[in-house]
Design a protein around this ligand. Structure first.
Ligand code: ITT
Length: 198
């Protein structure tokens, strides 16, 4: 029987990508909701890694499975790396990304291409049933676009432009995004760690 991994996320956009990236493993990946775990977790760490570990440990306390968590976000250099670890909470958790994205574009009005640099960052934490905790990391460099483009992905994807591809990450197919993204990189590293252990 395939070994189970519980993913400690309530974000459906992340979960879709995680399932695709881990599809070629022996693991059966379920969300915390599918595992029947309903938790609101206070993310009070000061780094992506700390918050990923906080989420994974909170769910690991509720089940005996391997638990993974993703903490990620967008750093914009011109805005002193805002929204950073506060990416989900920026302008309020319930504010639509139409509004958040429009606000970030507005805050960069008049700013040149060279100064619009930004990156998506992702830390993945794993808590194993024996208590071992490890993290992996991924990032992808890009720029903040001048308008929203594309319908795929989620969150800040419509304004995150990849100069080398001439597209925002919302204009990429799922496979294309996963092959270049912060989450793809961090999860591929985590797959290697899982292979060493199971
Ligand atoms: P969980 O904590 O339940 O996993 P969350 O959405 O609260 O869900 P985070 O605290 O890690 O997750 O916040 C990440 C935010 O960063 C996310 O809500 C998006 O706004 C943004 N983000 C991260 N990865 C992204 C991606 O691939 N594309 C677009 N936006 C992304």
């Amino acid at each position: 029987m395939n070994r189970k991994i519980v993913f400690a996320t309530g974000n459906a956009g992340k979960m879709k990508e995680i399932r695709e990236i881990l599809a070629d493993t022996e693991f059966h990946v379920v969300s915390m909701k599918e595992e029947g775990i309903d938790l609101s977790i206070e993310e009070d760490g000061v780094t992506f890694e700390e918050n990923a570990v906080i989420k994974a440990k909170a769910v690991a306390e509720k089940c005996g499975e391997i638990v993974l968590a993703d903490d990620s976000g967008l750093e914009i250099d011109y805005l002193n790396k805002e929204p950073g670890i506060y990416s989900a909470r920026y302008m309020g958790e319930d504010t639509s990304y139409r509004i958040k994205n429009a606000n970030l574009i507005e805050r960069l009005s008049g700013v040149s291409d060279e100064e619009r640099t930004a990156r998506f960052i992702c830390a993945i934490a794993a808590v194993f049933p024996d208590g071992e905790v490890i993290t992996t990391y991924g990032q992808v460099e890009g720029r903040i676009d001048y308008e929203e483009k594309g319908e795929n992905g989620f969150g800040y994807d419509p304004i995150f432009y990849l100069p080398q591809l001439g597209k925002t990450t919302a204009q990429l197919s799922d496979d294309e995004k996963n092959s270049v993204s912060h989450r793809g990189e961090a999860l591929r590293k985590m797959k290697e760690e899982l292979k060493k252990r199971f």
